[in-house]
Design a protein around this ligand. Structure first.
Ligand SMILES: O=C(O)CCC(=O)C(=O)O
Ligand SMILES: [Fe+2]
Length: 296
């Protein structure tokens, strides 16, 4: 039954973007997600009209601004600055910090995933784990927007989520993250071949591309307050950051993947092994490698 369903899924997906086929079929992420769902044995829930899968991106409130400020200060104290040259040349508009100090991060994750657990379980139809997390500081703009500040989808499995928790608010820095709808993203992918563009092929002006192809754009953004987070499907909704102009913008950025057991055990292991820091679009060659990470 499961195999039959996967086969028809693969047939559908073969006509898709090369990146999608590569992750879902060649790298085995579709099968991995199915296996996680089977093993987790969660009760099936009805699709939620306000859910992440339906909306592609949504805003949630997790902390008060005062709590967010305290988290930012704690993270800056325990964070280990990542030498940018190690993973990305030309990234001179910010800093990344790895966070491995369990006693600082765990209460934050408990609050985030306590608030969002039901929503995340029903999104994945399985347990989930935090594949990577890090603190991102973006300096007030001096450079022209590049990379994540131009319209793009993140390369990765269809069913993965990103959480960007804003640790300081729009009023303080004027930075933001913008999205366009899932349907727009599919249309732009098919009609304009604009979805998983390499960084040097990304654009700031998506409106012109959409107009050329007669696509009516449905853009979404919020004035995100300190303590609020956006959750989105980074491979399925085109998005871009907006550089701050007044002060640095601080985010906790997390990537979530399906898992066959709840996140805390895996998290503990990753802290001890110092895994889970910033993965600049680094994915295992095959999803089966994740089974080792999530195994007891
Ligand atoms: O910096 C931002 O607001 C967006 C970052 C982004 O594109 C991502 O984390 O995938
Ligand atoms: Fe992105």
């Amino acid at each position: 039954m499961i195999l039959h369903r996967l086969e028809s899924y693969y047939r559908r997906i073969r006509g898709e973007d090369k990146v999608v086929v590569d992750f879902e079929v060649n790298k085995g992420f579709a099968l991995y997600a199915k296996k996680c769902a089977l093993t987790s044995k969660l009760p099936t829930t009805k699709p939620d009209q306000q859910g992440i899968h339906k909306l592609g991106a949504k805003l949630v409130t997790v902390f008060s601004p005062a709590q967010a400020k305290k988290i930012k200060e704690d993270f800056l104290r325990v964070g280990e600055k990542v030498s940018v040259q190690n993973f990305r040349a030309n990234l001179d508009y910010g800093e990344f910090y790895n966070l491995y100090d369990q006693s600082t991060i765990l209460p934050v994750f408990k609050q985030i995933f306590g608030t969002l657990d039901q929503e995340l379980l029903s999104y994945f139809n399985s347990y989930y784990f935090v594949y990577s997390w890090n603190l991102v500081e973006t300096f007030p703009a001096t450079n022209p927007p590049a990379r994540s500040f131009l319209w793009h989808c993140d390369k990765g499995p269809l069913r993965h989520l990103k959480i960007l928790l804003y640790l300081n608010g729009f009023d303080e820095h004027q930075g933001n993250t913008e999205f366009i709808s899932k349907q727009n993203t599919v249309d732009l992918g098919k009609k304009a071949n604009y979805r998983f563009r390499k960084t040097d092929m990304r654009l700031l002006d998506i409106d012109s591309v959409a107009a050329q192809h007669k696509i009516a754009l449905d853009k979404k953004s919020w004035k995100i307050n300190a303590g609020q987070a956006i959750i989105f499907e980074p491979a399925q909704v085109l998005h871009r950051g907006i550089l701050p102009s007044l002060n640095s913008r601080y985010l906790l950025s997390c990537i979530l993947l399906p898992s066959d057991k709840p996140w805390p055990n895996i998290f503990e292991k990753m802290c001890l092994n110092k895994q889970g820091g910033y993965h600049p679009e680094v994915w295992p060659a095959h999803a089966r490698a994740l089974t080792h990470l999530t195994a007891a």
